[in-house]
Design a protein around this ligand. Structure first.
Ligand code: FUL
Length: 465
């Protein structure tokens, strides 16, 4: 395998934009909120949808307090109820006591709060009588996509999940994905098509588990498998399942990529909910994940070469419950604190002795333009802090415009003039966060122990505990 070939695969501008958002919110809201269900069956009356205190400004403030930079709204879940004024069905907010275009108000609140806005549109529609009728349904679905992608401004993500069941008359629908994708490219070229789509890969679970080594360069077949898996689920045809699956532990090591003809940039997104369910349930008000759990998922996902999509479900009033609001605020405070004092700008940095000095100092600024390329596939970067400090986290970022190159690294700290290894890691990619738990030292060494070709590092942060 030509290792250089692996590093020719880089993100598209839309993928880079989404990666740089790092952490964004999912908002699950529909008739389920009022029926206490996770999946509606499409027979719910719009009459039940009445969030009397709905306030998208409250959602955006809560989301921003946690440090999230975007929001994806379930404009339509499997029950088919539309949160916008769709002209293609009466099963919408406009026919509910609420009577207003919620997508308009949420997208406006995102603009006002300067966060990105994204849409979840369930291809599975349990209310639509056309579902299962092939092209007729695809015409309806692309019509709804057109409404959402032309009337509500810039969209950063169109999120498709794989759930696909029967329609009202028991028929199955085989989605014309390529038609959906090309429409999205035309209407919103800057939007990523996520999960059942070509731009962002589902991490393989909904529990917040992350891989030890997350690769963004994977075989093309990892992408196709989303479509295949979705079909095979209903055909119960196990032969149809591919060797490369979103749930595989290793999707991109050199041995997995060996012999693969076609490779793609397909970065992972970790999606999970702040509560057990995707939708709000009164019984889960005291089951909001702990700060420790959320912080841990953040460090492993946003700090493990993935993005983090955290679901926060509004309640029947149309507000984010105070317990969730409080947790998001705590999470934001934790993150601001954890990454507030970077000691690298004041430190003395060298790479492989004196050889690359000067150049390596560029990594004190988080900038792809000033990134530093090591002279071989291994590198020793020494950060002399000049005095003993208690350390919280180390952050390392590769310039992913030069692909993902680092395969393994180690971190040493100096104690009594000797270096001692305290951590070994695998991939870095967009960002790796290494927790150091208050360890004290006056000097840190990052050893890049293997790379596909010479690593290009755009940033190093060593944060005070
Ligand atoms: C799944 C859906 O079935 C869940 O209800 C939820 O929307 C989740 C994000 O995707 O496929």
């Amino acid at each position: 395998m030509d290792d250089k070939r692996l590093t020719e695969i880089v993100p598209s501008p839309r993928q880079l934009r989404l990666q740089q958002l790092e952490f964004y919110a999912f908002i699950h809201f529909t008739v389920n909120t009022f029926t206490d269900k996770e999946w509606g069956d499409g027979t719910e009356s719009p009459e039940i949808f009445d969030p009397v205190k709905f306030d998208p400004g409250q959602w955006v403030s809560a989301v921003k307090s946690a440090g999230m930079k975007g929001l994806i709204l379930t404009c339509k879940h499997h029950d088919g109820f539309c949160l916008w004024d769709s002209k293609l069905t009466d099963h919408t907010v406009m026919h509910s006591p609420f009577g207003r275009d919620m997508v308009r108000e949420v997208s406006d609140a995102c603009k006002e709060g300067e966060i990105a806005f994204g849409v979840y549109l369930s291809p599975w529609d349990r209310n639509c009588p056309l579902y299962g009728k092939g092209k007729e349904y695809d015409d309806f679905f692309t019509g709804q996509l057109t409404e959402l992608l032309t009337d509500y401004g810039d969209v950063f993500s169109v999120w498709f999940d794989g759930a696909c069941g029967e329609g009202p008359d028991g028929k199955k629908q085989y989605y014309d994905w390529d038609r959906y994708y090309s429409l999205i490219r035309t209407l919103q070229p800057g939007a990523c098509i996520s999960v059942c789509g070509p731009d962002v890969r589902w991490c393989g679970n909904e529990a917040g588990h992350t891989r030890k080594a997350e690769w963004s360069v994977v075989p093309l077949r990892a992408r196709d498998s989303e479509k295949i898996a979705e079909k095979s689920q209903h055909e119960d045809n196990t032969e149809f399942r591919r060797r490369v699956d979103a749930r595989d532990e290793d999707l991109g090591s050199r041995s997995v990529l060996a012999g693969e003809e076609d490779l793609i940039w397909y970065p992972a997104e970790v999606n999970t909910s702040i509560r057990p369910g995707w939708f709000w349930h009164e019984s889960e008000n005291d089951k909001v994940r702990s700060l420790k759990e959320l912080a841990d998922i953040y460090i492993r996902s946003a700090g493990g070469n993935a993005t983090f999509l955290l679901n926060i479900p509004p309640d029947r009033d149309g507000l984010i419950h105070e317990n969730d609001v409080q947790r998001l605020k705590e999470l934001g405070e934790f993150l601001r604190n954890a990454f507030s004092e970077n000691l690298v700008p004041g430190a003395l940095i060298t790479c492989d002795g004196e050889a690359d000095r000067g150049n390596v100092e560029n990594v004190t600024e988080d900038s792809y333009d000033r990134s530093f390329e090591a002279s071989s596939d291994k590198a020793d970067i020494v950060i002399d802090l000049k005095k003993k400090e208690a350390l919280g986290y180390i952050v390392i970022k590769e310039n992913i415009l030069k692909s993902q190159r680092i395969e393994s690294f180690a971190i040493d700290i100096r104690e009594d003039r000797e270096f001692r290894e305290i951590y070994t890691g695998t991939t870095v990619g967009y960002k790796r966060i290494v927790p150091l738990e208050g360890i004290r030292t006056d000097c840190v060494r990052i050893r890049i122990t293997d790379s596909r070709v010479s690593p290009v590092i755009s940033f190093i942060g060593v944060y005070r505990a």
